[in-house]
Design a protein around this ligand. Structure first.
Ligand SMILES: NC(=[NH2+])NCCC[C@H](N)C(=O)O
Ligand SMILES: O=C(O)CCC(=O)C(=O)O
Ligand SMILES: [Fe+2]
Length: 342
């Protein structure tokens, strides 16, 4: 893992810059703020910009962590009970802006019409009733390791998490493709489009809000949910590996894969890969102020189980999806500068 710790000097420069921006906008979802972010990000400390650029282009690791951002847990107040409405009057707005600026150095942030009401910045927090459900807001059940949005051709190049609270130091788990011994795996079979991948539960209609108030958006969203439904009923077969056969990129979410009907060789290759991933999985305990950027092509990730508190002190992360090729999803978006995939 690549690591950078912000210095007290960095925080001295960042605090007024972030406070000023937080005063100028109401929410991190403001399209004007998000559009300005790549330009604003040029004012981040130079060593931070260099660090992110090295991670982006050189792929020295599938994971990089920026720690040391000031977070005042008292000022944060209670952890919300749901992601709904958390984007307004956010007590973490300055931190959200920092996270957004860093993210835009790696690519373009985007959202899904079918996930967390089409928001760009997500909340990851335990939700009552989800304790044993396979979704990021579960708790008593671990979150199975996965490629973020493995089922979708427009999945992000990076998924990133910013920690606001993690009182029990619940671990995010990550497996870096660099730690796998590809010479012992049937890479050729894993490059074949033979693997049934279904959408994960976070994109199911029952887990999003109701009407957006905009009939056009509602109609488009309904169409997206219908597509999700069709991929559920009639799952698409995709390759698990792609890119360079010597050092492959991965896309898999085994919890949402159906192995029925797979050729014997594909099944064996898949099981071999999953076994090795499990053996090489590492734990990363995020602390308040940590921003972690996970290369979604070069790592899979999940989260250990934990006991939720539901007393306002729960674990609370923010999440951003980042793509290096926003035009690759142009057919799925309403306009060139629209960041929501329908
Ligand atoms: N194996 C899985 N659970 N995959 C889906 C991961 C969770 C999903 N990204 C969410 O926001 O809830
Ligand atoms: O909670 C975590 O540490 C990871 C969450 C995650 O992977 C997800 O929500 O998709
Ligand atoms: Fe995830």
């Amino acid at each position: 893992m690549q690591r950078l710790t912000l210095t007290p000097g960095d925080n001295l420069i960042l605090a007024p810059m972030l406070a000023e921006l937080a005063k100028a906008y109401d929410t991190i979802e403001d399209p004007e703020l998000i559009a300005r972010a790549p330009v604003l990000a040029r004012s981040l400390p130079a060593h931070l910009l260099e660090f992110l650029e090295e991670f982006r282009l050189g792929e020295p690791s599938a994971l990089c962590m920026i720690s040391g951002l000031d977070v005042d847990e008292i000022q944060l107040g209670p952890t919300p009970t749901h992601w709904r409405d958390s984007q307004y009057d956010s007590p973490a707005f300055p931190q959200e802006i920092f996270f957004l600026l860093c993210a835009t150095r790696l690519g373009d942030v985007f959202g899904w019409a079918t996930q967390q009401d089409g928001r760009i910045m997500h909340d990851v927090l335990p939700i009552r009733g989800h304790e044993h459900y396979e979704i990021g807001s579960n708790s008593l059940q671990h979150l199975s390791w996965h490629t973020e949005d493995a089922f979708h051709p427009c999945r992000g190049d990076y998924v990133s998490l910013m920690c606001l609270k993690n009182p029990d130091l619940v671990e995010t788990m990550v497996c870096d493709a660099a730690d796998l011994d590809w010479s012992t795996l049937d890479v050729e079979a894993l490059f074949e489009p033979a693997f049934t991948q279904m959408p994960d539960n976070s994109h199911q209609p029952q887990n999003t809000g109701q009407s957006t108030g905009d009939p056009t958006v509602d109609r488009l969203r309904a169409r997206s949910f219908a597509l999700i439904q069709s991929w559920n009923d009639d799952p698409v077969k995709r390759p698990v590996l792609f890119g360079d056969s010597q050092s492959p990129y991965m896309a898999l979410d085994p919890y949402h894969m159906k192995t029925e009907g797979w050729p014997e060789r594909s099944l064996r290759a898949f099981r071999g890969l999953c076994d090795q991933i499990e053996a090489k999985m590492k734990d990363v305990g995020l602390r308040p102020g940590d921003c972690v950027f996970i290369d979604n092509f070069r790592a899979v990730h999940g989260r250990r189980s934990f006991r939720p508190r539901y007393d306002g002190t729960d674990r609370w992360l923010k999440r951003l999806n980042i793509t290096r090729n926003i035009r690759g999803s142009r057919a799925w978006r309403r306009a060139a500068d629209d960041r929501v995939i329908y």
